[in-house]
Ligand binder design. Structure first.
Ligand code: PLP
Length: 457
């Protein structure tokens, strides 16, 4: 087969600024070994996140110019609403300024003390919003999803048996919703199968629990279903997405992911009564229901992006380019999560740095080393992000210690990715020199964003 090429031409570019290894040693120290605290201009290849970092298309930029900035009843809102109605089949669309604002509103209405929100894996902001409402977030990931080295097609699936057991144990009346994250960001960008969504929907219906989809990467998930699930090979990605949404009562989405937008999000749903409660909160926290914290031009860019992401040439390139990096690393013996996820490659830091104990944050140590060696910025998805303390102040580590290299959409070319692979492979050869880290400051919630660390002795 011929090389799968980037299905776009570059019309506008921005410079990359270069730093030396010595400069980066100084920069990471001053940033307290937290990559979130580094200035973007000091990063050569920025794989911190695929969120809001997409390159917008010329069509989206044109949409920016025709955005209707009317406070109420903007044309751009109606195009946004119609696009989401068409893709999800959900009649009610509530715009928000980003994914977590959707979560905040939904869980403020449905969550609360004594309630449980069940999921395949809650993303960090989702979990934080569940917990902020007083409810408890429960991850019921399938067994194969918990082992980074296991090859399986749908490692993002929710464990259906565990779901039903949990409902029976806690009582359906204490579970206001089940939310399935597609693809499973915190669990390695792994997809969820249609069968699994169907099964989860059947269980939820049996107990009268609404099923929601965290739809940030719905198009990538749909493409994986097309490629990996029997019976979907001849369906369009749009048809697959429509079927996926048909099993759900509602969804939340961050438009900063699969909508190629730099900001934005929404809640879509069927339940008019719930929508009214959400809109009442929306007006206090985000804005009037036809703009919800966004400018008209953002609504326009999102509407255009949501249609562009369903282009199968794009999705083929997207999934293949992630796989390309993953394959290069795996071939050189770097332990990566298998198979590669949709939007990111995940390095298994526990396996790569066995000399660093989990309470010295091997993932974060790897993030720091990656920056020093190549100016590459990744993010830890491990015990810095998800760790908790027991009553004696001892770390309860996360399930896995991963470093995520998220690939911004349509931003980097193959040679950028080749450079990333070269740096990591070189670094892996000197892995025993990488030192563990200790926390010197941490916030109560979402500590990884602002934590300060130092090298452990
Ligand atoms: C990014 C993300 C969110 C939160 O969206 P923001 O726009 O960053 O607030 C929620 N869930 C998943 C799966 C995500 O990837």
């Amino acid at each position: 087969m011929k090389t799968i090429i980037e299905p776009f031409k570059i019309k506008s570019v921005e410079p990359i600024y270069f730093t030396t290894r010595n400069q980066r040693l100084d920069i990471i120290k001053k940033a307290h070994y937290n990559a979130f605290l580094i200035k973007a201009e000091n990063v050569i290849i920025d794989l911190l996140t695929d969120s809001g970092t997409s390159a917008m298309s010329s069509a989206q930029w044109a949409g920016i110019m025709i955005g209707d900035e009317s406070y109420a009843g903007s044309n751009s809102f109606f195009r946004f609403e119609k696009t989401i109605n068409e893709i999800t089949g959900m009649p009610i669309v509530i715009p928000t300024h980003q994914g977590r604002a959707s979560e905040k509103i939904l869980f403020a209405v449905l969550g609360g003390k004594g309630k449980y929100i069940v999921s395949n894996t809650l993303f960090d902001t989702t979990r934080a919003n569940v917990e902020a409402s007083g409810a408890e977030g429960i991850d019921l990931l399938c067994a194969e999803g918990k082992i980074p080295s296991v090859l399986a097609p749908f490692k993002g699936n929710i464990d259906i048996k565990a779901l039903e057991n949990f409902i029976n144990e806690k009582g359906a009346e204490n579970i206001p919703l089940c939310i399935i994250t597609v693809t499973n960001n915190s669990g390695g960008g792994q997809p969820v199968s249609m069968q699994n969504i169907k099964d989860a929907s059947r269980v939820c219906k049996k107990y009268n629990i609404p099923l929601y989809i965290d739809a940030c990467r719905f198009a990538e998930n749909s493409y994986f279903i097309k490629k990996r699930e029997k019976g979907y090979e001849n369906k369009t990605v749009r048809e697959i997405a429509a079927e996926m949404f048909s099993y759900a009562d509602g969804c939340t989405m961050s438009a900063k992911k699969d909508a190629f937008a730099n900001i934005g999000g929404f809640i879509a749903l069927h339940n008019e009564q719930l929508a009214t409660q959400c809109r009442n909160l929306l007006i206090i926290t985000e804005g009037f229901p036809t703009y919800g914290g966004l400018a008209g031009r953002d609504l326009e860019a999102i509407a255009i992006g949501l249609n562009e992401v369903l282009d199968e040439h794009y999705l083929q390139y997207r999934i293949r380019s992630t796989e390309y990096l993953s394959e290069k690393l795996a071939a050189a013996g770097v332990p990566v999560m298998q198979p590669s996820g949709g939007h990111a490659v995940y390095i298994d830091a526990k396996e790569m740095l066995p000399h660093i104990p989990v309470d010295k944050y091997p993932g974060q140590a790897l993030v720091a080393a990656l920056y020093v060696e190549g100016g590459i910025r990744g993010v830890e998805i491990g015990s810095l992000m998800f760790g908790k303390y027991d009553s004696n102040g001892k770390l309860i580590p996360a399930m896995m210690e991963l470093v995520r290299l998220a690939i911004p959409r349509r931003v980097y070319t193959q040679s950028h990715i080749d450079y990333v692979a070269e740096v990591i492979i070189e670094m892996a050869k000197n892995r025993e020199k990488i030192k563990g880290l200790e926390i010197t400051y941490e916030a109560e919630a979402l500590r990884h964003f602002t934590a300060r660390l130092k090298e452990a002795n």
